[in-house]
Design a protein around this ligand. Structure first.
Ligand code: MV4
Length: 447
């Protein structure tokens, strides 16, 4: 087992990893920018190294700064968390060369899944269902028009270097095609320095349902059931839950098997998530694979009663997994509490938190690095807390969440708490009939 893990991250996930390390008897190293000097991850780690100014590119995204911190503290593993360098293949490679374990899959796997055309081709070979569309890259308008006519409009153009909603465009008809392809290529080129595009049939009002998997270094892969992440706004998830109100045991088994097939086909090691689009006929299609621990891993932890960070560290150290998949025994919902103003288009609301009181009680979990007197810096992600409620049924879980949100006191900044309170009362949400389109028609009422 590792002796010392450096956490190449900040905020709640850095704290989350430190907590599990402590319980496993592993010592911890925090890294921090000057903006995070007063952060709890710095306080709770055994050692802390300042790695630079507030700007991410000069601190949490700087491979050389992180490696310097690894070197001076003699850490034998690095936990990347999510975001920042978590899916940076070059970073995983540098760690490997340096002889420090990157807690995650190999650089090759990260690279393979990071390129969406390669990922899709890999899934086709593994016989995992994918959305009908182009066979690899669409290079010309002529070629694109032909494929679009075959699969039928509307179609979607996606950048191979994209993901999480970036570099995508819907094409409604033949007349639109050329203009949309040009725009999409320009965007992709500017954002990723790679304008390669592929084409898919557009799936209308899909659900975003993802399967959590974990693979060990001995070739075993199991699944840990699903999370429904359909409640998103501009590709930012706001609420996640497990189990999905849309899945029955039969579909869960089918999707779980497909996710395992996907991961096994690449000899996957570590925790990972296979994202699927699920249409109204319950047909599912591979969308992307995330090669990191995700924000919403907590709802899975709650419903299967297992510490996923602990499992992640164990497999990274070479330990073997058991043979069984895990199925939800409870219902869990996570609300993301962001320093944003939901009444003004969710604009960022960083600043000084004058008072902070977390909800408590049975089935209530709050993962946060915030406290009264903490200042939310403007430089990073706006998420300041995750409120996770767990109960036996979805109905009870929603009632508990309503109660808990009502207890959350955060003063000094605006947060998404009022948004979630309104969501809990929404009839469609309560009925579980939510697709990725849901928030498009959702209007925040003044509070
Ligand atoms: C799609 C789609 C419909 N049809 N692909 C958005 C994020 C990126 N990972 C892929 N996304 C989508 N791909 C086809 N062929 C609709 C979306 C999509 C979406 C997916 C998941 C969650 C929210 C979404 C919001 C808008 C569009």
């Amino acid at each position: 087992m590792f002796k010392k893990i450096l956490i190449a991250n900040r905020g709640e996930i850095a704290l989350r990893v430190i907590r599990t390390c402590k319980e496993m008897g592993i010592s911890t190293v925090a890294v921090y920018s000057t903006a995070d000097k007063e952060s709890l991850h710095v306080r709770f780690a055994d050692e802390a190294v300042c790695i630079g100014p507030p700007s991410s590119s000069e601190s949490y995204l700087s491979i050389s700064k992180i490696m310097a911190a690894v070197e001076i503290t003699n850490a034998d593993a690095v936990h990347p968390g999510y975001g920042f360098l978590a899916e940076n293949a070059d970073f995983a490679e540098v760690c490997q060369e340096y002889g420090v374990k990157f807690i995650g899959p190999s650089a090759n796997m990260i690279r393979m899944m990071g390129d969406k055309i390669t990922a899709k081709e890999t899934m086709i070979k593994a016989k995992v269902p994918v959305v009908p569309g182009s066979d690899g890259q669409v290079k010309t308008v002529k070629e694109g028009l032909k494929i679009a006519a075959e699969v039928g409009y509307p179609v979607m153009l996606k950048a191979t270097a994209g993901g999480g909603g970036k570099g995508m465009r819907i094409v409604k008809s033949e007349e639109d095609f050329e203009e949309q392809l040009n725009k999409a290529q320009q965007e992709a080129s500017a954002s990723f320095g790679n304008d390669a595009m592929y084409l898919e049939k557009f799936i209308e009002e899909p659900r975003h349902i993802e399967i959590q998997i974990i693979g060990d270094q001995h070739g075993r892969v199991i699944h840990l059931s699903e999370r429904d992440c359909s409640i998103q706004r501009r590709h930012q998830k706001l609420l996640e839950e497990s189990p999905s109100p849309f899945l029955d045991q039969k579909l869960r088994d089918k999707m779980g098997k497909a996710a395992i097939k996907a991961a096994k086909s690449i000899n996957y090691e570590g925790v990972g998530t296979v994202e699927f689009l699920v249409d109204k006929y319950k047909k599912f299609y591979f969308m992307e694979m995330n090669t990191r621990i995700q924000v919403e891993h907590t709802v899975t932890e709650e419903v299967i009663n297992k510490d996923l960070i602990k499992e992640q560290i164990r497999v990274a150290a070479g330990e073997k997994l058991g043979a069984k998949n895990y199925y939800p025994e409870m219902h869990s919902i996570e609300c993301r509490i962001n320093a944003e103003d939901p009444l003004h288009d969710f604009r960022p609301s960083p600043g000084y938190i004058s008072s902070f009181h977390s909800p408590k009680g049975h089935g209530v979990r709050v993962d946060t690095h915030a406290y009264a007197g903490y200042t939310v810096p403007p430089y990073y992600d706006s998420m300041i807390a995750k409120l996770i409620c767990t109960a036996e049924t979805r109905e009870e879980c929603i009632l508990k969440m309503q109660r808990a949100l009502g207890e959350f006191i955060i003063e000094g900044i605006k947060t998404t708490v009022p948004f979630h309170l309104q969501l809990m009362k929404d009839e469609r949400f309560r009925a579980g009939s939510v697709t990725t389109q849901f928030l498009e028609d959702f209007e925040m009422k003044p509070v």
